[in-house]
Design a protein around this ligand. Structure first.
Ligand code: ASP
Length: 503
C-alpha cells in the first residue's frame, strides 16, 4: 500500500480507536498524600456530587454534579497553592459510601489507552521537528549560493511576501463573507452559551494572561540574530532564514576554490536531511494513528453538535480556500494541474492535519515540493520555511470567523470599518502566530481586542479549537506549497514532470 494511503487508513482507524477508548467523562483521578506520606492516585467514578471545601474555614468553595468533570478540573486549576493545600474534596456516590480527600496534589482525567499511546505520536512530531532546522539552514545556504545572484534573491523574496499577504487577505475575505452570511453566532442558544462559558472559564483565564502582541518593526529587528547558534537552538525561523541568506550570498562573493567545499558540505547535509525525512515518514502511519486516537479520545466529537454552525463556517471557508482559491492559483498562475498537485500533497496535508503544526510538517512539505512538484531547492528552501512561519491562510480565516462569531453571540455590532479592522489584525496576528498547535487561538485575542469584543468569548470556541486547528493547519501548509509553485513558475525554470502540467 502506498504511504499516503497507509497514513489515511491510520487516520481513520485512529479516529475510531479514539472514539471507542475515549476519556470517561464521569471519572477522575485524584492524587493525594495520605497520613503515612504515601502518594496515592485514586480513581473515582460515577459520583453524584463532588464538593470542594476549604479545610481551614469549612466553607464550601463549589459543588459539582455528575456531568461536571470539566468544571471540577477548571475549579481545581484555579486554586492558588495555598488553596490547594487546604482543599478537601468530598464525593458522594449512589452505590458507594462517600469519600473525602485531603492533601490533594492533582485532579486529572483518567487516561484511556488512546491517551496512553500518545507518546508514539509525540515522538513522530519530535523527529520531524528535529530535522527541520538543519534541513532549512543547509538547503537555503546551498540554494542561495547556487543562485549566485543577489537581485534574484531579492526578487524571489519580494514576490513571496507579496503572495503570502495577498493569499492570506483572500482567505480572510472568504471567512468574513461566510460568517456574515451564515450568522453562526445568532444560532447559538443562550443555554449552550452559558454552559460553554462556565466549562472553559479556567482555561480562558490562562490564555488571556499570555502576553500577546504583534510588533512588525520588532520582528524585523529580531530577524537579525546576535547569535545565530542561539537562534538555531531556539528554533527562531526568521533569524535562521536571514542568517542562511547572508551565508549563501557571502559564499558567492569569495573565490570558488574556497566556497565550493563549503557549498558541497551543506549540499551533503541537505541531502542527508531529506533522506532522514523519508526514513521518519516510514513510521508516519503509527505516529498519525497515535495522534488522532489521542485527540479524538480526549476531545471527542460531542461539542461539534453545539457549535455546528460555527464549525461549519470554518470548515466550509477552509475548503473553499484550499480547493478553490488555491486551486485557481495553481491552475492559472503556476500553470499546473491542481488535481495532480493535490494528489502529490496528500502526505503533507495528512501530516498537517494530524500534527496541527506547520513547523512539524515543514520537512515533509519541502521533500514533496522538491521531489514531486519539481520546485527547485533554492525556491523550496526559502519559500516554505518563510511560509511556515508567516503565512497562515487557514489561521487568519479562522481568526476572522471566530471574532465575528463571538461578536454575534455577545451582540457586539460590527460595521464595515470593524470588519476591515478584523481583516488587518487577523493578517498581522496570523503572521505572528507560531506554527505549532493552538497558538492561533491565543493570537485571536489580539483580533478581539482590536474591535472591543469580550476576550472571555474564547471560552465559547475553546472546546472545539483542536479539531479546527487540525483543519486550518492543512490550509496553512497548502498555501505555502501553492506559493512555492507560483514562485517557481515565475523563475521560468519549472522542471516538473509532464503529468503535473495543466492541460
Ligand atoms: N497550528 C497552526 C499551524 O501550525 C497554527 C494555529 O493556527 O494555531 O499552522
Amino acid at each position: 500500500m502506498k504511504l499516503h494511503n497507509q497514513i489515511l487508513l491510520a487516520l481513520v482507524l485512529g479516529a475510531i480507536f479514539g472514539a471507542i477508548f475515549h476519556v470517561d467523562k464521569n471519572a477522575l483521578t485524584i492524587s493525594y498524600v495520605d497520613a503515612s506520606s504515601a502518594k496515592i492516585a485514586e480513581e473515582i467514578q460515577q459520583w453524584q456530587t463532588v464538593e470542594f471545601v476549604d479545610g481551614k474555614t469549612d466553607e464550601t468553595l463549589g459543588t459539582f454534579g455528575t456531568d461536571d468533570q470539566l468544571k471540577i478540573l477548571s475549579a481545581f486549576s484555579k486554586l492558588s497553592g495555598e488553596g490547594k493545600k487546604n482543599l478537601i474534596i468530598r464525593a458522594t456516590f449512589a452505590a458507594a459510601s462517600p469519600r473525602e480527600f485531603k492533601n490533594v496534589k492533582n485532579v486529572d482525567k483518567v487516561k484511556s489507552i488512546a491517551l496512553v499511546i500518545k507518546p508514539i505520536g509525540t515522538i513522530f512530531i519530535r523527529l520531524l521537528m528535529m530535522v527541520a532546522i538543519p534541513l532549512v539552514f543547509a538547503s537555503l545556504v546551498v540554494g542561495v549560493a547556487s543562485l549566485g545572484d543577489l537581485r534574484k534573491v531579492g526578487r524571489i523574496g519580494a514576490r513571496t511576501i507579496a503572495l503570502y499577504l495577498g493569499t492570506t487577505a483572500m482567505a480572510i475575505t472568504i471567512g468574513l463573507t461566510l460568517v456574515n452570511a451564515m450568522q453562526p453566532g445568532t444560532r447559538l442558544d443562550i443555554e449552550s452559551r452559558e454552559r460553554l462559558t462556565v466549562e472553559f472559564q479556567g482555561q480562558v483565564q490562562e490564555k488571556i494572561q499570555t502576553e500577546v502582541a504583534v510588533d512588525v518593526i520588532d520582528m524585523f529587528v529580531r530577524m537579525v540574530a546576535t547569535n545565530p547558534i542561539q537562534a538555531m537552538s531556539n528554533g527562531d525561523m526568521l533569524a535562521i532564514i536571514f542568517f542562511a541568506l547572508m551565508v549563501g550570498i557571502s559564499l558567492t562573493m569569495i573565490p570558488r576554490e574556497k566556497s565550493s567545499p563549503v557549498i558541497a558540505f551543506f549540499d551533503g547535509i541537505s541531502d542527508m536531511m531529506i533522506k532522514m525525512v523519508e526514513l521518519i515518514m516510514k513510521i508516519a502511519p503509527y505516529g498519525v494513528f497515535a495522534l488522532i486516537a489521542a485527540t479524538v479520545g480526549e476531545f471527542g466529537f460531542g461539542i461539534l453538535q453545539t457549535l455546528a454552525w460555527y464549525a461549519a463556517a470554518v470548515v466550509i471557508g477552509l475548503t473553499l480556500h484550499t480547493f478553490g482559491t488555491l486551486a485557481l492559483l495553481i491552475r492559472f498562475v503556476s500553470k499546473l494541474n491542481p488535481m495532480t498537485v493535490y494528489k502529490k500533497l496528500r502526505p503533507v496535508m495528512l501530516i498537517a492535519f494530524s500534527s496541527s503544526s506547520s513547523a512539524a510538517t515543514l520537512p515533509v512539505n519541502m521533500e514533496v515540493c522538491e521531489k514531486e512538484l519539481g520546485v527547485s531547492k533554492e525556491v523550496a528552501s526559502f519559500v516554505l520555511p518563510l511560509g511556515a512561519t508567516i503565512n497562515m491562510d487557514g489561521t487568519s480565516m479562522y481568526q476572522a470567523i471566530a471574532a465575528v462569531f463571538i461578536a454575534q453571540v455577545y451582540g457586539v455590532p460590527l460595521d464595515l470599518s470593524g470588519q476591515l479592522t478584523i481583516l488587518l489584525t487577523a493578517l498581522l496576528a496570523s503572521i505572528g502566530t507560531a506554527p505549532v498547535p493552538g497558538v492561533g487561538l491565543i493570537m485571536l485575542i489580539i483580533v478581539l481586542r482590536s474591535v472591543g469584543i469580550p476576550e472571555e468569548g474564547i471560552a465559547l470556541i475553546l472546546g472545539i479549537d483542536r479539531i479546527l486547528d487540525m483543519c486550518r493547519t492543512v490550509t496553512n501548509v497548502t498555501g505555502d506549497a501553492t506559493v512555492a509553485t507560483i514562485i517557481q513558475r515565475g523563475e521560468n525554470s519549472f522542471n516538473s514532470r509532464k503529468e503535473l502540467q495543466a492541460a
